[in-house]
Design a binder for this molecule. Structure first.
Ligand code: SUG
Length: 434
């Protein structure tokens, strides 16, 4: 089941993510929150209409005035906002970010079929490498506990929130499925304690130590850990899902995705051992360079096994770019996928978030699916209600200076309070409600 992040009402472009080219390029530009949220809802509808179960993860409450107060900005809400806007507008932007929309970074989820205790394991990502994203794990954990209640789900705390255990969740995690079970692929950017290659220009957000800890605490039976190519990170591939995507027995990967030459062979071998044969589509650098992968976000597509065959749901930038389009045509010609469909997600894309960033995959049996909080299932009725809700409450445009407007805080609270009713999340879901 895919759980997409509902874009929050403070969606804006603040240039907060070093190493994320799109975020840096669009920082300071006006954003369009209503359009962003509607684009996200359209994607959810698209995937649901392909025949796949679709869920919603609600936005977090922003701005985080509690964080600003902890940083020493005092007074009532309006005074705090004025003080931070004057003294440190970058901090106001950080506590206002709608970044929880990228739910591929919400958590790492292991399927019950793959774990020693036969339960589904969740670890919220600590997102320790950026300040604005490090504000997410606490509320993410709360949301996951509410949406996935009961004995079949195990909820771990985030890993220690510091660089050595930097964890960015499912964006660096892929689950393949072979005849005799699942195989987890974990991709890290550097070793914190062990030395070895590391990027020099941009940060490696996921460490080997974090990936190892996830495999250990989830009790994952079959896992492969691989280092991402440091040169790719330095070219703007800040998560593995910007350079590869896998699902079932399908793997779409750039030839320069990984540091070691035998990396792909190791994945194949591990998959073979589980009785499968991996269907790999390798994109050559001469056909699409790593830099082009970053601008088109081809690999940040959703690779979906649907009742009508394999479908790649890609951002529309891949249809507009002739070289990316040629690669997608080759995928179809060679039978890797039956179809490629492209969607307009430009509002999120301008912050470096494509189709795959916006969704968290949660592998569930039918019995586990029955335990999921029904309020967060994306039915056509709920879609209609959410479209009306977004249209009523979201601003059309948001500029950096608008983040200091106390009216925005009130609008967000009104909107989110109503959302908790729409999604039956209870009246104590958000901190401002408690
Ligand atoms: O963490 N952008 C996000 C994009 C996350 C994409 N997720 C995956 N690849 N799975 C990030 O860099 C930018 C926010 C700003 O600049 O306003 C931001 O946080």
């Amino acid at each position: 089941m895919n759980f997409d992040g509902l874009v929050g009402p403070t969606h804006n472009y603040a240039g907060l993510s070093h190493g994320n080219v799109a975020s840096r390029t669009h920082g300071g530009q006006p954003s369009r929150p209503r359009e962003a949220a509607l684009q996200g809802l359209s994607k959810m509808a698209h995937v649901r209409d392909l025949g796949l179960p679709q869920g919603i993860l609600p936005p977090h409450a922003r701005p985080r005035l509690d964080v600003l107060r902890a940083l020493g900005f005092l007074g009532d809400d309006a005074e705090v906002l004025r003080a931070v806007a004057d003294a440190a507008p970058h901090l106001l932007a950080a506590v206002s970010s709608a970044s929880p929309m990228w739910t591929a970074n919400a958590a790492t989820v292991s399927a019950s079929a793959d774990t020693l205790d036969g339960r589904v394991h969740f670890t919220p990502a600590n997102l320790a490498s950026t300040f604005h994203r490090s504000l997410e794990p606490e509320h993410t954990g709360r949301a996951l506990r509410r949406i996935f209640p009961g004995e079949v789900f195990v909820h771990h705390d985030p890993l220690p929130g510091m660089g050595a255990f930097g964890d960015e969740g499912a964006a660096n995690h892929t689950r393949f499925v072979a005849r005799r079970g699942g195989l987890e692929l974990h991709v890290f950017g550097r070793s914190a304690f062990g030395g070895g290659p590391a990027p020099t220009r941009y940060p490696a957000r996921q460490t080997r130590e974090a990936s190892e800890a996830l495999v250990r605490r989830h009790g994952v039976r079959s896992a492969v850990l691989i280092q991402q190519a440091t040169a790719a990170i330095d070219a703007g591939v800040f998560h593995n899902d910007v350079i590869s995507v896998g699902s079932g027995d399908h793997f779409l990967v750039h030839e320069r995705a990984f540091e070691a030459e035998d990396a792909l062979a190791r994945v194949r071998q591990a998959f073979d051992a589980l009785g499968g044969e991996l269907q790999v589509f390798v994109v050559r650098d001469r056909d699409l360079s790593v830099a082009e992968a970053v601008t088109t976000y081809l690999f940040n597509s959703q690779l979906l096994s649907t009742p009508g065959g394999w479908v790649l749901v890609a951002p529309m930038e891949c249809a507009e770019d002739p070289r990316a389009r040629a690669v997608t045509e080759a995928m179809v010609a060679e039978g890797f996928v039956a179809r490629v469909e492209t969607l307009d997600l430009r509002q999120s894309m301008h912050n470096g978030g494509g189709p795959a960033c916006l969704r968290l995959r949660v592998p569930l049996t039918d019995a586990e699916r029955a335990e999921v909080h029904e309020g967060c299932v994306f039915t056509p009725e709920r879609e209609a209600a959410l479209r009306a809700w977004v249209t009523e409450h979201y601003r059309e445009e948001l500029r950096p200076a608008d983040l200091a407007d106390p009216a925005l805080t009130d609008e967000v609270r009104t909107a989110l309070d109503e959302l908790t009713q729409l999604l039956s999340l209870g009246s104590d879901f958000y901190p401002f409600q408690r």
